[in-house]
Design a binder for this molecule. Structure first.
Ligand code: 0RA
Length: 651
């Protein structure tokens, strides 16, 4: 390095080698940079590119971002920002554009003033996306000219070159993920849409559009536009769209405490669920952390002190707990932290201890004056807290009763459960089956070594509309709990589910392929989502996929799972093109299959396909469940009509 000036050309190649080594490291261990090489990591590429455009927007230079999924599953992200600088970077002997796209973590180094806080979980920059793409093209509109450069697996195909003039400004990044790196290469519209919607709420005033050129109908591509003027307040209104509000307008809190910008919007609804969604630097912190702790502390203390002063708690003979202040609460917390420390199993728990105080003081100050200025609403909230405390006591009694009974009953497995012989939970499966007749077929068809069957009679209780203590009156739910071997904690606190006694690591919901079946499936999923979320998060919950049709011609019998498959196979099996020579049986219910058929199509691990349920976005899942199961009928009907075949809750 001391002879730097004399060895320009040597430096140049040395720099190049360094760059190649950097990108090579990304290709060797992609998971270290983008989390994983599955569906999540694949989508992470989009977030990484969009984050750059969001940063440009937060710096005040860009208001529109367009994301397009192209027919070949490549993605184009366009913005109208200043454009990545394209001038020659003297020390590196290549354009700034090339540096940004090939040097790890180079993204922001030309622009030290920008407060970069979007993204940041991996925060690896667009060079990572470049390394993991077989083709990437950057087009920059800047200073009146258009400059472009193309790359293959991160390697420049030519130096940045001017290709025209323009009066536009902005950056366009087009990339095709490397199929030899990722286990999945198909982008999912809903996943992208959910994240972009979330982004638009978290960054008010930015217009983000999504277009899917893989899905074109009558010449029009599937498309959505996300734009929020009101930011977090609108986010809370969106989450509570289908719930009955008890306060007309969300409470909004914004402050900058010791360099930690804090934004909170919150409201109360008539439901029993707590729905607190939190973000750090626009990353969803599923596991919560210090910002959520600060919020809870301030909420409990401020409301408690107001309630005490109001005298409303005097007649209440019970103790009020923190949970009671959060029943029916919907809140979005968003903080920006310069050097976030992420902890927890999925690295989505904020660890920075100074954030507790920042959020606590922001929330307590604003909330206290809000309560004083809104006495009517304040009274409504305290009334709700009192009801919650009373219901919690009732629920605890009911829960203790149920748990005591199952202990006294000596193991006490439900009579309707056909258990399996094996007792190793890691290989055991529990099928939750709609109806006694299908349950009977499943019992006969199963492999009784590791497959257990629990038939469910009719519809289980809708837990979205019932208070916790009601669920202990419900036979079907009690059967599910005892069969599983889990113990519920309180509602609203998913941490407390006791899974130590869990008897099956695959819990497979098997319902008919009709509207009723999909309703029952959603009821069961709602129960898991609200009371046993840890089971979903651990990847233990699945949906069975029974076939829709059986095609027959002579001895040739084939099953189809989709309408498309039916058309294709019918054409294939048809003799001399005569499709009426193929017999079609449409399965309306599981009960129409005999045990053997049920085994070969839906239960045999070697051939069945089952969908694993996952929670991509807790906020989105909550919105979906409240919509499907809540009070307002119109959006639900709309949803069911659009998704008559499957409720899209899982991957
Ligand atoms: C470095 C410096 C400047 C802008 C950007 C990067 C930039 C990066 C991306 C990535 C996607 N869109 C982007 N837009 C801008 C600012 C340089 C200046 O002062 O003009």
């Amino acid at each position: 390095m001391s002879e730097e000036k004399d060895k320009k050309s040597a430096d140049y190649s040395a720099d190049n080698i360094q760059v190649l080594e950097g990108l090579e490291a990304v290709r060797k261990r992609p998971a270290m940079y983008i989390g994983d090489i599955g569906i999540k990591g694949l989508h992470h590429l989009i977030w990484e590119v969009v984050d750059n455009s969001i940063d440009e927007a937060l710096a005040g230079h860009c208001d529109t971002i367009r994301v397009t999924v192209n027919e070949d599953n490549s993605v184009t992200v366009e913005d109208n920002g200043r454009g990545i600088p394209t001038d020659m970077h003297l020390k590196e002997k290549r354009s700034a554009l090339e540096v940004v796209l090939t040097v790890l973590h180079a993204g922001g180094k030309f622009d030290k003033d920008t407060y970069k806080v979007s993204g940041g979980l991996h925060g690896v920059g667009v060079s990572c996306v470049n390394a993991l793409s077989t083709d990437l093209k950057a087009t920059v509109y800047r200073n009146g000219v258009i400059v472009e450069q193309e790359f293959k697996i991160g390697v420049p195909q030519y130096p940045a070159r001017q290709v025209g003039t323009t009066d536009k400004r902005g950056t366009t990044i087009h990339f095709l993920p490397d199929a030899s790196i990722f286990t999945v290469t198909e982008f999912k519209y809903e996943t992208i849409a959910n994240r972009l919607r979330e982004m638009s709420f978290l960054n008010a005033g930015i217009r983000i559009t999504l277009t899917d050129l893989r899905e074109v109908e009558d010449g029009v591509a599937k498309s959505d536009e996300f734009y929020s003027e009101g930011g977090l307040v609108e986010f809370v209104q969106y989450l509570d769209e289908t719930r009955e509000k008890i306060i007309d307008y969300p409470i909004y809190i914004e402050s900058d405490q010791n360099g930690v910008p804090v934004q909170v919007a919150m409201n109360y609804n008539s439901s029993y669920a707590e729905n607190v969604v939190s973000y750090v630097n626009t990353i969803n912190t599923y596991e919560g952390g210090t910002h959520v702790t600060g919020f809870r502390r301030a909420l409990t203390r401020t409301l408690k002190s107001y309630a005490d002063k109001s005298g409303m708690l005097e007649k209440l003979k019970l103790e009020v707990s923190g949970d009671d202040f959060r029943e029916g609460l919907t809140a979005v917390i968003s903080v920006k932290v310069q050097e976030p420390q992420f902890e927890g199993q999925t690295k989505t728990k904020l660890g920075n201890s100074d954030v507790v105080g920042a959020v606590d003081s922001a929330v307590s100050e604003t909330l206290q004056s809000w309560l004083e200025e809104h006495p009517k609403e304040a009274k409504t909230i305290v009334g709700k807290v009192i009801l919650a405390a009373q219901a919690r006591h009732a629920a605890r009694k009911a829960r203790e009763m149920v748990q005591r009974k199952s202990v006294l009953g000596g193991g006490g497995l439900p009579g309707k459960l056909a258990d399996c012989a094996n007792s190793d939970p890691t290989i055991c499966e529990l099928y939750l089956v709609e109806g006694d007749s299908a349950g009977g077929s499943a019992k006969q068809g199963r492999d009784r070594d590791f497959q257990a069957i629990l038939p469910l009679k009719g519809k289980i209780l809708n837990v979205e509309k019932a208070h916790e203590h009601k669920i202990y009156d419900n036979e079907e739910i009690k059967n599910i709990l005892t069969a599983l071997g889990v113990k519920l904690g309180t509602a609203n606190d998913d941490k407390e589910l006791d899974m130590t006694g869990l008897r099956y690591h695959k819990i497979i919901i098997m319902t008919d392929a009709d509207i009723d079946g999909s309703h029952i499936r959603t009821l069961i999923l709602t129960l898991f989502f609200r009371y046993m979320r840890a089971l979903i998060e651990s990847g233990y919950v699945y949906i069975a996929l029974p076939p829709l049709y059986l095609l027959k011609r002579g001895k040739d019998e084939r099953y189809c799972w989709t309408e498309e498959e039916r058309k294709m196979l019918t054409a294939e099996m048809a003799k001399d093109g005569r499709e009426d020579s193929v017999g079609i049986q449409r399965y309306k219910g599981l009960g129409e299959m005999n045990p053997e058929q049920l085994w070969t199509t839906t239960m045999d691990p070697n051939v069945r396909s089952i969908k694993q349920v996952n929670i991509e976005s807790a906020a989105e899942a909550d919105h979906l469940f409240s919509m499907l199961m809540g009070d307002e009928v119109a959006p639900r009907r709309d949803f069911i009509e659009k998704n008559a075949k499957y409720a899209k809750i899982d991957s």
